[in-house]
Ligand binder design. Structure first.
Ligand code: NAD
Ligand code: GLY
Length: 340
């Protein structure tokens, strides 16, 4: 098993390994003592893994109850959030109990926000079961739900107290969901690590080490700038475009797919601004295509631009873009809406 420590004010460990779901209960009891757990999962993940997780809590002597919601981004809204909170109330969840997110980024973002709101904040444990959640959303404390007007608009920072990533769960991922995680792996490569970028393009050989590397890279950004006012914003590479593409496609493009398209657009914009060589977009495109990810969409520039107006990356009349200079180095550019 690999352990990465995330060095924020209430620092926590990310455990990465095989078969870890079976010891999740034991690890929680040793960290949090005797309390209860509320497990939040979507119905797909619940069918696959809930029994095992419940068993591990039972074996560890930690009583647990469950909230299950329909899988998909459409559930990441205020209604599901308040259903989780009502369920916490009905089941008498206490302040020293824990909430456990079992699943992908949707379960993580929902349970993350619910755990931050429930009785003004209880401890959160993330059990990521998608590659995307393992390398990105389960670490760093961003939580949110989508509003009618845009993606992730209502949320808070609430760091988990423990992340347990059982990479064996990736075996049941549909290929296109695994690919979404690869978009985020490629993102870390473009941002910080040419070797990782090349590895992601050629096919990952050791998924545990890849997750460890990505979590270390993310952890470093989060420790440097927990609340996303400075260097952490680099992690939004491709996202200025992606959030708009997700919304105007009515979430037919999954987050990772939209990030893939957004990274190509960011490289093209970067070349237009003479920040990088035009060949960089081709290099990124090639790595994405090798992972069966989309690299373009049919929306017009005006449509995509209009979707950026409500994004969190807008400040006044400027929108922040993360632009690659070369593989392994990106810069943050604030561009006036009228100049995009
Ligand atoms: P997801 O949670 O919807 O999971 C994708 C699909 O895979 C779902 O249908 C789910 O049921 C299924 N699934 C999950 N694990 C499985 C498994 N092991 N086997 C089979 N099927 C499985 O989506 P995602 O791609 O994990 O995450 C995307 C979400 O994460 C978006 O809402 C995005 O905004 C958010 N996100 C948040 C952060 C953050 O920092 N908080 C970062 C990146 C993305
Ligand atoms: N997913 C980007 C971040 O956590 O900052």
């Amino acid at each position: 098993m690999k352990t990465v420590h995330i060095d924020v004010s209430n620092g926590y460990d990310v455990l990465i390994g095989r078969g870890l779901l079976d010891s999740a209960g034991e690890k929680c009891v040793s960290l949090f003592g005797k309390c209860r757990a509320m497990i939040v999962a979507d119905d797909t993940v619940a069918n696959l893994y809930l029994e095992r997780v419940l068993k591990s809590f039972e074996n560890a002597g930690m009583p647990a109850f469950v909230f299950v919601f329909p899988a998909g981004e459409a559930s990441k809204n205020k209604d599901t959030l308040f259903e989780i909170l009502e369920s916490a109330a009905e089941n008498g969840l206490c302040r020293n109990d824990i909430m456990v997110a079992l699943g992908g980024g949707v379960a993580g973002d929902l349970a993350g926000l619910a755990s931050a709101l429930w009785q003004r904040g209880i401890k959160l444990v993330q059990l990521p079961t998608t590659l995307l959640a393992a390398v990105d959303s389960s670490v760093g404390g961003k939580t949110a739900v989508d509003l009618e007007n845009g993606k992730n608009l209502a949320g808070v920072f609430h760091q988990p107290s423990l992340v347990i990533c059982d990479v064996e769960t990736f075996k049941t991922l549909p290929a296109e969901v695994f690919a979404c995680g690869m978009a985020e792996v490629i993102k870390y490569g473009v941002l910080f690590d040419k070797e990782l970028f090349e590895e992601a393009g050629n096919g990952i050989s050791d998924i545990e080490s890849t997750v460890e590397k990505c979590v270390m890279l993310k952890g470093r950004c989060v420790a440097e700038d927990e609340f996303d006012f400075g260097s952490r914003r680099l992690l939004n590479l491709g996202h200025t475009f992606a959030h708009s593409i997700e919304k105007i496609s009515e979430y037919k493009f999954a987050h990772g797919e939209a990030v893939a398209i957004g990274m190509v657009m960011a490289a093209e914009l970067s070349a237009k601004m003479n920040i990088c060589d035009p060949s960089l977009a081709d290099e990124i495109r090639e790595a994405l295509i090798k992972n069966d990810l989309p690299v373009s969409c049919s929306f017009s520039f005006e449509e995509i631009k209009s979707g950026m107006v409500n994004d969190k990356k807008r400040n006044g009349d400027k929108i922040a873009f993360i632009l690659p200079e070369r593989i392994g180095k990106c810069v943050i550019e604030n561009i006036k809406s009228s100049e995009i």
